[in-house]
Design a binder for this molecule. Sequence first.
Ligand code: SAH
Ligand code: SF4
Length: 351
Amino acid sequence: MTDLYRLLPEEMEKMVTDMNHPRYRADQILYPLYYKFPKNISDLKQLPIAMRDQLIADGYTIGSAVEVHRVVSEDGDTTKLLLNLADGTPVETVLIQYPSSKIGGHPRSTICVSTQVGCAMGCIFCATGQMGFERNLKAEEIVAQVIHFANLLMQRGQHVTNLVFMGMGEPLANYDETIRAVRLLTHPRGFGIGQRNITISTIGIISGIDRLAEEDLQIGLAISLHAPNDMLRKRLVPTAGPHSVEDLIAAGKRYFKRTGRRVTFEYALIEGVNDSAEIAKELALLLDGNGSHVNLIPINPTAGNFQRPSRRNVLEFERILYNAGVNCTVRVEKGSEISAACGQLRTDIVG
Ligand code: SAH
Ligand code: SF4
């Protein structure tokens, strides 16, 4: 069985010509896949019936996700879906919309995709980390999450503008399938989203960051740092292993040098754990002179005992970084009341 959403345009052409059909038939499959969202091969009406039958007989399928649960935030801007993938595996995918009335300029519709079911990294403040690792998703299963929302948005006259790999799982621990998904989604004859509109967030798998820098892709990178020293970081990210915070910062610099894309350091702020003024100063020193950008994420409550700091503490932390010349933003949290915000995704509890 091969899902047609797995095949890159070049592979689609090879499949078609190997079946003794003219090359242009590939585009008659690709175009509907990414713009009409067919559910079955029999929906590919531009193909001759004999070719559709041949595809089915040869084991080709169109895998799509089925929506089993939907939660929408009060302001309507965040939609979390529980999707069943083609084999029934449940994953969560989130749409975060930024209407132009709120951000000025063009409205954004960002899809936050999952790359794994669960996660092996075990970060103590993250709901996905706490559910453990179940399996890697295939590229076509990552694509299916985007296609599902693209279809939903199309019906509202809207479209997907940005993609973030910040849902369940560690994208660089599922490297090949993640990159295949990026290539399918950015290919001009595939989904065709701009590479610059994609961000991959990683807990800091250094070999993966270095590989990504060599891919000739213009995607953004976010590195989840969470602490300015190794002792604290290992408490929060038990699997941080041999990578020191200095190693992570060096990897970020190499990525920037190779790709020209600015790297963001994500920092989940946890009350009484990594939010003190001393720690802010230590972080400022660590990042000094890097031109780096820090995204502070006041933590969302999960099953653990961690709390988000008060607004005052968050602003104080930000001020210390700012005064030390570190670019810094506080993530405007969206969707936390529907458990759709960062680190709250888990599929063993529905809703
Ligand atoms: N595994 C990758 C990508 C998925 S997590 C990573 O860790 O970067 C996406 C982001 O959500 C990360 O920055 C992560 O630190 C953050 N996050 C995890 N749990 C959170 C929580 N409870 N509140 C806020 N952010 C959280
Ligand atoms: Fe995995 Fe990222 Fe959650 Fe850590 S924060 S457990 S790496 S999903």
